[in-house]
Design a protein around this ligand. Structure first.
Ligand code: ISJ
Length: 114
């Protein structure tokens, strides 16, 4: 899953110059909320990885396999249902979860080797 994109804003120019004041205010207010949501996502992911690191330790100590495909299938089915009820594209929710799980499994594989 490609998680990067071009970032034209990273060179310093802003899209909020030269636009109507009320539009600019609404855009800035929405961006404030987006920044808060992004911060929450980072904090939630950090907590999730704290848990998965502990799972990885348990698995490494007890010679359990890094991945559990049956568990993943249940998580994906559940997340797709949650996405539908939240009006989020379930295919996107599945891709995102798979992306996170792939990283977790990579960590668990590293822990199993050490
Ligand atoms: C965290 C675990 O290890 C792996 C990672 C998972 C996850 O990130 O949710 C789920 C299943 C496993 O493939 C687990 O087995 O619970």
């Amino acid at each position: 899953m490609a998680m990067t994109h071009d970032t034209p804003g990273s060179t310093g120019e802003s899209t909020t110059e030269g636009i109507e004041e009320s539009v600019r205010e609404e855009l800035l207010a929405l961006r404030d909320s987006i920044d808060n949501i992004d911060a929450a996502v980072v904090h939630m992911l950090a907590e999730r990885f704290k848990c998965t690191q502990r799972v990885g330790r348990l698995k490494a100590d007890h010679d359990l396999p890094p991945a559990d495909p049956a568990r993943e299938a249940r998580q994906i089915a559940r997340l797709r249902e949650l996405a539908v009820s939240a009006k989020l594209d379930p295919a996107f929710a599945e891709k995102l979860l798979n992306f996170v799980i792939a990283e977790v499994i990579r960590h668990h594989e590293t822990m199993a080797r050490s």
